[in-house]
Design a protein around this ligand. Structure first.
Ligand SMILES: [Zn+2]
Length: 395
C-alpha cells in the first residue's frame, strides 16, 4: 500500500483487503455535528469516521464488495442506514456507505413503522420533553407530505437516529442518503423549529439524495419546502409566515449579505450555523420568491413544485444525480417565463438586498391570502393597519 495525495493506493491484484480502524474513548473527536464519541454513545455520518476504499476504475463502476463490521462494547446497539442490531453490514455500494449514518449506544429505544410506502426505523435515546411516539408521528407526516409533493420516497427504508446533543442547548441535524440524524437538546420541545428540522432532513432524501446541485437549492429550497409542508400538515398557515420571517430576520442580520452571492459563499466555504449562512436563509427566501413569481406569471397553473419535480426527473436520468444550476434556471424560466429569469438573476445569482415588502408579497401570492402576519414589532404597525383595512374590504 502506498500513500499518495489525500489517499492510499493498493497494489493487490485480487482478493479481500481488510482494513481495521480502532477508536478508543480517549480519542478526541472534533466538536462537530457530524461525529461524536463518548463512553455512552457514538454517532457519525460515516464519511467522518471511515474511509471507503475508492477503487480506481475508469469505467466508473468498480465491482467492489464491501463488508463493514462494527465492533462495540457488549450490550451496545448498532444502528446504520442498512440495518439495526446486526453488526455486520453490506452496503449496496460505496455511495451508500459514504452517505449513511452510523450510531451505537447501549440504550436506544427502537420504533419501526411504515409511512408513504416506505419503512422507517426511529432509534432514539436520552430523555426529552415529548413522547417518542410524537416524534415518530412527525417523521411519518414528513415522509407522507414529501411524497405527495415530490413523488415516491427514493429509498425503501429510512433510518432516523435521535440523540441528545452534547451541549443540551444547540440543535443539529445530519443527513445521509437513507439516514437522518436528529441531535437536539434535552430541553427542546417538539415545537415548530424542531418539526421544521425533521421535515427539512426528510426532504434531503430528495434534495441532496436524488438531486445533487447548487448548495442554495440543497439547503434553501429544502428549508422552504420544509416550512410549506409543515404548515400544510399542521393546518396552520401562520407557521409558514413565522418561519419565513424568521429566515428573513436572520438574513438581514448577516453582515456580509450585500457583498456576496450565494454561489460565492458556497465556494468560499464560509463556516457558520445555518442562521448565518446565505445558502440557507437567503436560499429559503429565494425559493419563496421564485415560487410566487411562477404562480403569478402563470395565473397559478404552475409553481416551483413543477420545477422541483422536473429537476428530480433530470437527476434520476443521470448516474451521478447532478443537475447544473444553469439547468435549474432554464427549468424555472420554462415554467414561469422571462420575469422568472430576471428574478433569478437578481435574487439567486445577484447580491441585491431583499426587502421585507417583497417577501411579504410573495407569501401572499403563495398562500393566496390578502394579508400575512409579520411578527416584526414596530416596523409592521403601518402594515398591520393596512392589513386590517384589507380584511375589512374582503369581509
Ligand atoms: Zn440541510
Amino acid at each position: 500500500m502506498r500513500a499518495g495525495g489525500d489517499g492510499y493506493a493498493v497494489a493487490a491484484r485480487a482478493g479481500a483487503i481488510r482494513f481495521r480502524y480502532r477508536l478508543t474513548f480517549d480519542d478526541t473527536v472534533p466538536v462537530s455535528t457530524g461525529a461524536a464519541l463518548s463512553p455512552s454513545h457514538l454517532y457519525a455520518v460515516t464519511g467522518a469516521l471511515f474511509a471507503a476504499p475508492e477503487a480506481a476504475n475508469p469505467a466508473g463502476e468498480a465491482p467492489l464488495r464491501l463488508r463493514l463490521h462494527v465492533g462495540v462494547p457488549p450490550g451496545w446497539e448498532v444502528v446504520t442506514g442498512w440495518g439495526v442490531g446486526d453488526r455486520t453490514f453490506t452496503p449496496p455500494n460505496r455511495r451508500a456507505l459514504l452517505g449513511s449514518t452510523l450510531a451505537a449506544a447501549p440504550d436506544f429505544r427502537l420504533y419501526r413503522d411504515t409511512a408513504a410506502g416506505t419503512r422507517f426505523v426511529l432509534a432514539i435515546r436520552g430523555e426529552r420533553r415529548f413522547a417518542d411516539t410524537a416524534l415518530a408521528r412527525v417523521i411519518a407526516a414528513s415522509l407522507r407530505e414529501a411524497r405527495a409533493l415530490l413523488g415516491p420516497v427514493p429509498v425503501p427504508r429510512v433510518t432516523y437516529v435521535a440523540d441528545v446533543g452534547a451541549t443540551g442547548s444547540t440543535s443539529a441535524s445530519l443527513q445521509g442518503r437513507a439516514t437522518v440524524g436528529l441531535l437536539w437538546g434535552s430541553g427542546d420541545s417538539l415545537g415548530l423549529p424542531r418539526i421544521h428540522d425533521v421535515f427539512h432532513e426528510t426532504l434531503h432524501l430528495w434534495f441532496g439524495g436524488v438531486l445533487q446541485t447548487a448548495r442554495w437549492w440543497t439547503e434553501g429550497v429544502t428549508d422552504y419546502y420544509a416550512a410549506r409542508l409543515q404548515s400544510e400538515w399542521s393546518g396552520r398557515a401562520g407557521d409558514l409566515a413565522t418561519l419565513i420571517f424568521r429566515s428573513l430576520d436572520d438574513y438581514l442580520r448577516i453582515p456580509r449579505r450585500t457583498r456576496m452571492t450565494m454561489d460565492q459563499e458556497a465556494r468560499a466555504n464560509v463556516l457558520g450555523d445555518n442562521t448565518t449562512l446565505l445558502v440557507y436563509r437567503k436560499g429559503m427566501l429565494a425559493a419563496l420568491l421564485l415560487d410566487a413569481a411562477i404562480r403569478r406569471s402563470t395565473g397559478g397553473s404552475a409553481s416551483l413544485d413543477d420545477v422541483a419535480r422536473e429537476a428530480l426527473a433530470l437527476a434520476r436520468s443521470r448516474a451521478d444525480g447532478r443537475v447544473a444550476e444553469s439547468e435549474l434556471r432554464a427549468l424555472a424560466i420554462a415554467a414561469g417565463g422571462p420575469a422568472v429569469g430576471a428574478l433569478w438573476t437578481r435574487v439567486v445569482a445577484g447580491d441585491t438586498l431583499l426587502s421585507r415588502e417583497e417577501v411579504a408579497a410573495a407569501l401572499r401570492a403563495v398562500t393566496r391570502r390578502r394579508a400575512v402576519a409579520d411578527p416584526a414589532g414596530g416596523a409592521s404597525r403601518g402594515r398591520r393597519r393596512r392589513t386590517r383595512q384589507t380584511m375589512r374590504r374582503t369581509s
